[in-house]
Design a binder for this molecule. Structure first.
Ligand SMILES: C[S@@+](CC[C@H](N)C(=O)[O-])C[C@H]1O[C@@H](n2cnc3c(N)ncnc32)[C@H](O)[C@@H]1O
Length: 295
């Protein structure tokens, strides 16, 4: 079988299985198997697949028909300029979270070089694969990064990613439920962080059943479920995060489409100043930026 036929057959099979953008998915799948870019596939479209390539192509096409995400077949996912290892224990990093990382990086940059006499300190709350913590550690070598998650299996992946990307010595990982994770053996004092970045679970529990199978059946439920209204973690952040920030410190958080007004309302509290919901590249409000009151 040649590359063109493989792409056509996968496209038809994935389209029948209800996979959105089946043609692009088919190209992506074959490009991963052959270790080339999608455009490169078409430069040599008549080239025959080897026996090993054909067998992997059949296996992966069958699994994609069953709606297993491609990242779970390749065990990796891109995030900004890096490749992260993923497993069923972690949320596959999403492109919208890259925007969160870029925004957090901008906030760190504005205070770089300020005469505070100490490095900046940032927390990735609910780190999963570690994508946010690691991106910030790599982009800001002088920043001290802490990361927490309730899932030991997720932290294992995050630590492995930090090691592979060469920044494990600069990130401390903490296991536990929310901020309680910071009260473990390596205690972090209160009012410690200049910034907190987070992409917490924010899907209302009852809506999980309606998500695409790739998300519903393959991302960990722990990474999706934001409680009855999806806002459980924002309630916790609104009540607890200010105590972990220095006066004037920032909290930057991703949230779901349509949750902006409710989230802004949660942060109408004297502990917080100027809650802004920022749009993503498609113009939808998806990010909260709020500062701890200076008082
Ligand atoms: C939406 S994922 C985000 C992962 C990663 N930051 C990203 O953006 O790809 C949310 C993460 O929150 C973690 N989590 C869920 N409940 C938690 C809790 N009570 N305390 C700490 N982390 C929690 C999950 O294990 C999961 O890794």
């Amino acid at each position: 079988m040649n590359r063109r036929t493989a792409i056509q057959q996968t496209t038809e099979r994935l389209a029948r299985a209800g996979v959105p953008s089946a043609g692009a998915e088919a190209e992506h799948l074959l490009a991963e198997i052959l270790g080339c870019s999608r455009p490169a596939l078409w430069l040599d479209a008549q080239r025959e697949l080897s026996t090993a390539e054909t067998s992997r192509w059949e296996d992966w096409t069958r699994q994609r028909e069953l709606r297993v995400p491609l990242q779970h077949l390749t065990h990796c996912a891109p995030f900004l300029e890096w490749t992260f290892r993923v497993s069923p224990a972690v949320l596959v990093p999403r492109p919208e979270t890259e925007e969160l990382a870029i925004r957090a990086s901008g906030l760190l940059r504005t205070r770089e070089g300020a005469a505070t006499g100490r490095p900046q300190r940032v927390l990735d709350f609910a780190t999963g694969s570690g994508c946010l913590a690691i991106a910030l550690a790599l982009r800001h070598p002088s920043t001290v990064v802490e990361a927490l998650d309730i899932s030991a299996a997720a932290l294992e992946i995050a630590r492995d990613n930090a090691q592979r990307l060469g920044c494990d010595a600069r990130i401390r990982f903490h296991l536990g439920d929310g901020f309680a994770a910071l009260r473990g053996g390596t205690e972090v004092p209160g009012a410690w962080f200049d910034g907190i970045v987070t992409n917490p679970p924010y899907i209302p529990s009852a809506e999980i059943a309606d998500l695409e199978p790739e998300v519903r059946d393959h991302d960990p439920r722990l990474a999706l479920d934001g409680g009855a209204d999806g806002l459980e973690f924002y309630q916790r952040l609104a009540h607890e995060a200010a105590a972990w920030l220095v006066p004037g410190g920032w909290l930057l958080a991703e949230f779901g489409d349509g949750q902006g007004p409710a989230i802004r309302a949660l942060f109408q509290h004297p502990a917080w100043e100027s809650a802004i919901c920022e749009p993503d590249l498609s113009g939808r409000e998806r990010m909260l930026l709020v500062w701890r009151s200076a008082a």
